[in-house]
Ligand binder design. Structure first.
Ligand code: ADP
Length: 164
């Protein structure tokens, strides 16, 4: 059975992420979406539990996709599935440099671990979680950027942020 891991901070999940997950689910038997605690992203908008809950609702229509969270290293986490492949989306040259470096580090920690990249859909190359957070804080319309199921959650959280 082929297993792919789609890792990310998903703070929050966007339609760009979902596009990569959906395409990965067509290629692999099982997809594990790993909501990772990123030590570099110090001021997340959502808690790990909220992120996992939103991702679960967004992927509920895909029967071969499951969602988990992890606060450890991806290279260690991936050892739970023999032969699992990491699948990531690539938006631009700037993503490539970072991802290339991460891939080399992961290889050092877990030489058997392979990483594959899917190019971002043209519609979503501009889209990132940080763009969504910023637009939400300014009260902009989020349709077409994030799954409809989670728009209310983001708007509620943005309201709290605006009030503080
Ligand atoms: P972000 O950069 O939005 O904070 P994450 O850290 O959650 O995202 O990224 C997880 C993975 O999803 C990365 O491989 C990233 O390149 C990919 N990704 C993020 N946004 C998009 C998008 N709009 N299209 C394709 N892939 C994306």
């Amino acid at each position: 059975m082929s297993v792919a891991i789609c890792p990310g901070s998903y703070d929050p999940i966007t339609l760009g992420h979902l596009n990569i997950i959906r395409r990965t689910a067509k290629i692999f038997d099982e997809v594990v979406v790993a909501v990772l605690h990123n030590a570099n992203k110090t001021n997340p908008m959502f808690t790990d539990e909220e992120k996992v809950d939103m991702v679960r609702r967004a992927v509920s229509r895909y029967p071969n996709v499951t969602v988990e969270s992890s606060d450890g290293l991806l290279a260690e986490y991936a050892k739970r599935w023999e032969g699992a492949v990491i699948v990531k989306g690539l938006r631009a040259a700037s993503d490539f440099e970072y991802e290339f470096q991460m891939n080399l580090i992961n290889k050092k920690l877990n030489p058997a671990l392979e990483t594959m990249f899917l190019t971002a859909s043209e519609k979503y190359t501009f889209l990132s979680s940080s763009v969504v957070r910023e637009m939400a804080i300014y009260g902009a319309d989020l349709s077409g950027l994030v799954p409809n199921e989670i728009i209310d959650d983001i708007q509620k959280k943005a309201k709290l942020w605006r009030a503080t």
